[in-house]
Design a protein around this ligand. Structure first.
Ligand code: SF4
Ligand code: SF4
Length: 296
């Protein structure tokens, strides 16, 4: 399956690309960080990370790789950070208005979930799925945009779970539609599996455990990675430009190199920078954190 060229696709996704300069370091404060998930120590939700500076920059930003802060390196908020900082709470932040901090964090978590779903829906809209499914996608995208345009109190009253169920159902239907029937299988556990050089076109890896799998040199056209756990997957010298439902967080968590090809909407993690042409691409710069949950 080839993705459709949609002129505004990149602009449409633009607001889902993180812009940490326009954010008040929300993920460094709002989220719960677990030692087991690539952080040096547990951090409770709502407490600023000890490395977060007053200007919301990371004091050890240039040393995250050496510090083996995998969580910080891979995290991506789908643009929720700058959206909440700039649009939802333009005149305050968690530091200047500590009494509003919990509300700011709660809105951030809701917007994060909505932006994540929006990412998948926009990706789905680039596939050739026919009029009926396309109109369902468009309706869900419109609904999503109306929800994130609400004021904070109304965002917190949304029934996001009901919306999520509808999105998940549609994405499941889409995953079944685009999967190559000859490559279907029930197995979702590919931990450490060596696929090197295999033809995996149209393979459905959605929701699969793929930690440390080897995809080097595989053919991955129309391969579905929706929600797959890509930590330490080897994608060196591999073309993923026509793979579907990849996210920046998955790419940040995987192991690629300068010969890895990515879909246009995804950026190269700067630690992959090696020997070839990165000038054409946005280099993922302000690395942040990953795999954390808010403690309820
Ligand atoms: S990754 Fe973190 S700092 Fe960057 S925009 Fe998102 S929430 Fe803000
Ligand atoms: S990027 Fe990581 S280490 Fe740096 S301030 Fe944020 S949570 Fe802390």
């Amino acid at each position: 399956m080839m993705k459709k060229e949609i002129n505004n696709d990149k602009d449409f996704k633009k607001k889902l690309i993180i812009d940490c300069e326009k954010c008040c370091g929300l993920c460094c404060v709002a989220l719960y960080c677990m030692k087991s998930d690539g952080f040096p120590a547990n951090k409770i939700a709502g407490k600023p990370c000890q490395n977060l500076m007053p200007d919301f920059r990371c004091a050890i930003h240039s040393k995250l790789v050496q510090s083996k802060m995998k969580g910080c390196l891979a995290y991506d908020c789908f643009g929720a950070g700058q959206k909440v900082t700039q649009d939802c709470f333009p005149a305050m932040n968690w530091n200047t208005h500590p009494k509003k901090a919990n509300q700011i964090f709660d809105v951030f978590l809701v917007v994060f979930g909505l932006h994540q779903m929006l990412w998948y829906l926009i990706e789905a809209s680039t596939l050739n799925l026919g009029e009926i499914i396309n109109s369902e996608i468009d309706a869900l995208i419109g609904e999503n945009e109306r929800m994130t345009a609400l004021v904070p109190d109304d965002i917190l009253n949304l029934d996001v779970n009901a919306y999520r169920l509808r999105v998940n159902e549609l994405l499941k239907e889409i995953s079944n539609t685009i999967a190559n029937p000859t490559k279907k299988e029930q197995n979702r556990d590919f931990f450490g599996k060596d696929f090197k050089g295999a033809d995996l076109d149209g393979k459905d890896f959605s929701m699969s455990l793929m930690i440390a799998a080897n995809l080097e040199g595989c053919s991955l056209r129309g391969t579905n990675f929706l929600g797959a756990d890509m930590r330490d997957v080897n994608i060196k010298n591999t073309d993923l430009s026509q793979s579907v439902f990849l996210t920046q967080m998955q790419i940040n968590a995987a192991k690629g190199n300068s010969n890895t090809k990515l879909p246009d909407s995804l950026a190269y993690p700067k630690e992959w920078k090696g020997d070839s042409p990165f000038e054409e691409r946005t280099v993922f710069d302000k690395t942040t954190r990953n795999y954390r949950r808010r403690k309820n």
